[in-house]
Structure formats: C-alpha cells, structure tokens
Design a binder for this molecule. Sequence first.
Ligand SMILES: Cc1ncc(COP(=O)(O)O)c(C=O)c1O
Length: 426
Amino acid sequence: MIPPPPMDKLGQALRQNTLVRIIEQFGEQHPDSHLKDLVIDEMGPGREIVVGGHRVVNFGSDSFLGLDQHPRVQQAVERGLERWGTHNGASRAFSSVRANIEAEEKLADWLGVESVLIYPSVMLANLGAIPGLVGRQDVVVLDEQAHHSMQEAAKIAKANGAKVAAFAHNDPVALEETLKGLRPYRCALICIDGVYSMSGVIPPMAELNGVARAHDGVLYIDDAHGTGVLGKQGQGTVLDALGSYENTFVVGSLSKAFSCAGGFIGCPESFHRLLKIRSSPYVFGGPVVPPYLEAIDTVIDILRSEEYEGLRSRLDVHIASLTQGLSELGLVVIGGATPIVSVLVGDEGDTLNAGKFLFDRGYYVQSVLFPAVPYHGGVLRVQCNANHDDNQIRGLLDAFAALAPMIIRSRSQGGVTGFDPVALTA
Ligand SMILES: Cc1ncc(COP(=O)(O)O)c(C=O)c1O
C-alpha cells in the first residue's frame, strides 16, 4: 500500500488532537447554533452589525467606551495615515516612526510609569517579555488562571531552561508555598492578570506583591482588560491596588478599550532597552502600524478629559441595569467590576443554543466554551458598551427573560437537557 503523503499524515494526526476533536465536534453537533468564527458584513449604525443578513446589536466587542467609533479617534488614524503611510515596513530593531516614541512617552506619562515599550499585541508582548526576562536560574510562577498568552510564554521560558510552576487562583498562601518549593532560584517572575476577564475578579495584588518581595519575586501583571476602562483616567487596576508600580511590570492593551492596536509593557527605565534586546517578537516581528500609533495620543487625551467620566458613567449605568436585570431573572451572573457580564449556562450545547436564541432575537453575545472556561462551565459573555443605548439594554434583558427558564432548567438538570429553543418560542 502506498503510504499517505506527509501533508495528509499531518492533517490526520492533528484531527486526533483532543482540542481539535472537541471543537470540531461542537461545530458538527450544533451547526445551526455554532456562532463562532463569524464574519461581520457591515458595521453600524451605533453598535449594530450585520452577520449573514441578520442585523443584530453587538454585545461582543471589547471597545468598551465605544472609542472605535469616536470621530476624533478616527480622524487621528487618518492623520497618521497621511503622516506616515500604511506601514513603516521594518522591525523596530531597525527603525521606529516618531509616532511610536511619542506614543510610548505619552503612555508612560499617563500611566505614571518610568517607561513604556509598545508591542504589536499583548499576546506578543507576553510571548516576548516573559521568556526574555528570565534565565536558567530563574523561575516563572503563574496563577493557574493567568491568561493563555502568559501560559504559552512560560512554555518558551521553560524550553529555555527556566523552572515554571503554577499556584492556586488568587491565593497568596499557595504562591508562598510554591515559591518555597522552587528554591533554590535567583529571581521569580510571578504572572497574574490585573482583572480576570471571565470572572471580573481583581486579584489580591498587595498580598501577592508582599509574598513576591519576601521571596525574590517581581510581579508581572497583564492588565489588558483594565487598561483604558478601569481606575482613574482608565489607568487600570494596578495603581489602585498597589499605590505604586514598584516591583511590577504592568502590561496594557491598546486594542480593547483603547480601540487602537497593540499592547505595551510599563517598566522601570532601566528595563526599556533590556526588553527590546530580549523580546523576540519585538526584534523579529513587525510593529503596530503608524496610523494607530497616532490615535493612541488622542485616546489618552480623551481618557484624561471630562469626556472619560461621561463615557464611564454611561457604561456604569448599563453594567448596573444589566447585572441587576439578569440576577432578577434568577440567572447566575458573574462579573460586575468590568464591563463584561457573564451568565453561567454550563453545558456546551446549551450555551451555543442560548447564544443562538439571543441572536435570533437581534442580540449577539459570545457563547464561551471550554477551553476558555472549564469544561461544562459554558457562559454567555455580554460585553457592555458606552455606545449602547438604553433600549438596546432593555431589549437584551427582554430576550434573556424569554431564555432564562431554559438556562435554569438546563442547570438544574446538570446541564445536559437537549435544550430546545424552538420549544420555548412556540
Ligand atoms: C488578559 C489578556 N491578555 C492578553 C490578551 C491578548 O491581547 P491581544 O489581543 O492584544 O493579543 C487578552 C485578550 O483577550 C487578555 O484578555
């Protein structure tokens, strides 16, 4: 028999991978309710999107303040295009446009850190900086629920010779035990999220930092979901929790509330050049394209102005009415500290069907499944926006009111119920 060509062998082997099998199964078993990998054909007006001919209100965007649609931000992108063209066409190891340096200086000033380095995304910042900051004598210790990008970064650090371990979620005692168990080491890089986007929980940063300091550790805080939308002037969670940036690297997103593109690391001045030299994606990859760098400046001006307070209070009203309305329906609501409000469904198929139920009524929310959440811990993730209007929030709550009995029944029966949206509609 002729052996299959190597490409076929590779494809067959990949189809045996557990994650691939689970995800393909979701698609096959729920072809009508599988709202993943969506293509948006049209945007607007407001937060509307058109998907497959359906116009729905988008509750699945991280642009929490609606700055993606802000005229001044859009004009800044156009200005950047005129000033710099579409791309610098070089790794930053060779050259950066002035807008890049200006954006880093302005970010550092706004955040209150000594220095900032911009990367093309937070994922790439973590993949570059975490392995870059440690050597063979060091350890990387992660909260067990730290974002996937940091978990992947730790694998690179491990391949380079650093020891890697995890500690129980948000538990300073567990962190201490883990660090003691790893001795001897030179330094520990302790990786946590600034706010956990699936639960909205802010970690006990002061306690974790106390343990870190006592054990030759530095905190590495990925505040992607806090940047631009939590804290004073949108500075995120770290300053509020710790009072200073001492003993921390703080990572922020320029793609979520900022509505530009990229990620950044705030660090002491002495680390700025070290990170440049040691971060592979910085050296061997391209930069954020210049028009978006120009817009960072404008977004910071907005965050520092009274307009931010106005946007934030609109968002707060939406978060409060949504959280209260969903709780009153008897649903298990997770979150509240961030603009992300999640409703626990549980069973994977039921979570997909619930998302489709809302979609058919004109509301898109994300059905989040394993591995982003634990297996049988599926949630409907609702992302509130300052640009939503009150009618859209009320309309979503009405749709949830129709859906709630199914979610409650599904959960009371252990999740797997053959959830039938059609039966409820009838
Ligand atoms: C905590 C955290 N880190 C990193 C990322 C990845 O960010 P980016 O899209 O900039 O790569 C996300 C995205 O959701 C995130 O929530």
